[in-house]
Design a protein around this ligand. Structure first.
Ligand code: ADP
Ligand code: MG
Length: 569
């Protein structure tokens, strides 16, 4: 028998990184640009506290493709590394220099915007490259260093002649990743991940028209100059103070976020909190279209202005997933599984904060300009009603601004509605009866009859309305809802004595039996009454209870946006 030790070699780690570190190979560019950004912001910080006595200038990051040479270059003008630092930060896998920096400059650097913290980002380069070079010159007075590694654990480190400060990363693109040498591909990645990063990123050049001189004649030909093609906006609206932004700025930013979206947002909510977690962002209430399912412009999640994902599940409360905009927080754990995310305490706090901000904003809009809020109600109600059902905290606050519009376009809160209709619509048990129509067109006849009797009818036509009614009834014991075509309206509400049919009793009986041959008796009630000013000689109604049971079973299972189940009620 032999015993031994299983040899775990470091050689195994590269193929592992290549395969599993990130499922998405394309994020290598995001990681390398994040490092270049970090290097730039660190230098900015060090010059601002006087620790680096160099001119910070107007640094930018440049991305270049060398298609023939099969290389991608990422060049920054940040703080650079000495040979010793390359040894320390690059050769030691999983040693995060970003974390060390934040630790060292704890108090002064907490707002520096430094991104990295896993110490693995750099090695994502090997997901697309068979060989990686680093040429780097520190802001310190030391010679430049040149590091080369071909994906095996061996590397070379030698001096280099580079004299200008900063780092150049050269990726020798692997045969299976040649797509990343295409200009359109890189542009696509830069727009996806780096559109709002804080340091300008140059990708090629573009022609820019010179302004026409004042003395130009008719035959003046526009002149162009070659300028840097900067692909990002380093100061996106959400990083600014709400007080520095106008309505127009918010709308412009919406168009910047969603260039293909032509609708104007209804209103926006600027998120801004730094305790107990950091979070900024802008959410927009879009005009909802009928096809709620088809929504490709989603809320985008950023971390220090780096795009992370547009899957904000768990972070943004479910009912607000239909909104658009951005959320930026360094406190959201990334690259971890979704179930972990849901269990994370910070994440739950973030979701609660967003719910609160949204309800505060809605209440403010309601208080400041009620007419305007009313005009928007029909575009936002589906989201809000769903929120009332799914988030108890939101439900509590929504009592102040949730509206119940009547068929005559009056918009009541529930409290106002109760007060308005109580004198005329109270049943024998003292409950206020809210009559509602779920479809203004098909229930038109019933609405007219109810109005004729002096009743007000509210329009509740969202797909989840039967659930909402159930909840409202459970929470307001002196209110009951009845659909306008329900059989018991007249039994509920004190009977109006003078609704006399124009038909004789005998005629009524005959007509009734005739109708019953086509309308199943078990499901419907036929009331033989004709009202003076309506043309209806009789009314067919349906028991409220039966209809509700049916509706609940139809809408109960699926969830409204196909996003899961309704909460238990
Ligand atoms: P992290 O960014 O999480 O710290 P990385 O693996 O992305 O981890 O990078 C490791 C370290 O290498 C960084 O923390 C930094 O110290 C150093 N580094 C990487 N890229 C650069 C760069 N462009 N300029 C200066 N230092 C860099
Ligand atoms: Mg990094």
């Amino acid at each position: 028998m032999t015993t031994g030790k299983i040899n775990v070699s470091v050689e195994n780690i590269f193929p592992l990184i290549k395969k599993f570190l990130y499922s998405d190979h394309e994020i290598f560019l995001r990681e390398l640009i994040s490092n270049a950004t970090d290097a730039t912001l660190k230098l900015k910080h060090l010059t601002s506290i006087g620790e680096a006595k160099v001119d910070y200038g107007n640094p930018k990051i440049e991305v270049k493709i060398d298609k023939e040479g099969k290389k991608i270059h990422i060049i920054d003008q940040g703080l650079g590394m000495t040979a010793d630092e390359v040894e320390k930060y690059i050769n030691q896998i999983a040693f995060s220099g970003a974390e060390e920096f934040l630790e060292k400059y704890k108090d002064s650097a907490k707002d520096s915007g430094v991104i990295g913290h896993f110490g693995l980002g750099f090695y994502s380069a090997f997901m697309v490259a068979e060989k990686v070079e680093i040429i780097t010159k520190s802001f310190k007075d030391e010679p430049a260093a040149h590091w080369t590694c071909d994906g095996s654990p061996e590397f070379t480190l030698e001096p280099h002649t580079k004299t200008d400060r900063g780092t150049e990363i050269i990726l020798h693109v692997a045969e299976d990743s040649l797509e990343f040498l295409e200009e359109y591909k890189i542009r696509e990645l830069l727009t996806k991940y780096n559109k709002f990063m804080p340091v300008p990123i140059k990708f090629g050049t573009k022609q820019e028209a010179l302004p026409k001189p004042e003395n130009a004649g008719d035959d003046y030909k526009t002149e162009y100059i070659e300028v840097d093609n900067i692909i990002n906006n380093p100061n996106p609206a959400w990083t600014k103070q709400p007080s520095d932004l106008t309505d127009e700025d918010y709308k412009n930013f919406y168009r910047e976020l969603y260039p293909m979206q032509f609708d104007e947002p209804l209103f926006n909510i600027h998120l801004n909190v730094d305790y107990p977690f950091n979070l900024t962002g802008i959410l927009y209430f879009p005009k909802l279209t009928a096809d709620l399912q088809i929504q490709k412009d989603k809320i985008q999640l950023y971390q220090n202005q780096v795009f992370v994902t547009d899957n904000v599940e768990g972070i943004v409360p479910e009912f607000l997933m239909m909104l658009k905009g951005v959320v930026d927080s360094p406190d959201i754990p990334l690259n971890v599984s979704r179930s972990y995310l849901q269990a994370d305490g910070n994440v739950k706090k973030i979701s609660n904060y967003i719910t609160r901000k949204v309800s505060d904003k809605l209440k403010a809009l309601f208080n400041e300009n009620r007419a305007d809020f009313e005009s928007k109600w029909n575009d936002i109600k589906v989201v809000l009603e769903y929120g009332m059902l799914s988030e108890p905290k939101f439900y509590e606050k929504a009592g102040d601004f949730a509206l119940y519009p009547t068929t005559d376009d009056k918009y009541y809160t529930l409290a106002e509605l109760k007060e308005a209709i109580a004198p005329n619509q109270t049943d024998k048990n003292g409950k206020v009866v809210v009559l509602y129509a779920s479809n203004k067109e098909t229930q038109h006849g019933y609405i007219e009859i109810a109005k004729e009797k002096g009743y007000q009818v509210v329009v509740l036509d969202s797909p989840i309305v039967s659930h909402l009614i159930q909840k409202l009834e459970a929470d307001n014991e002196n209110v009951t809802f009845a659909r306008v075509d329900a059989d018991h309206i007249d039994k509920l509400i004190q009977k109006d004595e003078d609704t006399i049919s124009k038909l004789s009793d005998d005629e009524k009986e005959k007509l009734k039996s005739a109708i019953e041959t086509v309308v199943p008796k078990e499901n419907y009630t036929i009331q033989m009454e004709a009202l003076d000013s309506t043309s209806a000689p009789f009314i067919i109604t349906q028991p409220e209870f039966m209809r509700r049971m049916k509706e609940m079973s139809q809408t109960g299972g699926g969830g409204m946006f196909g996003m899961g189940n309704f909460p238990d009620m």
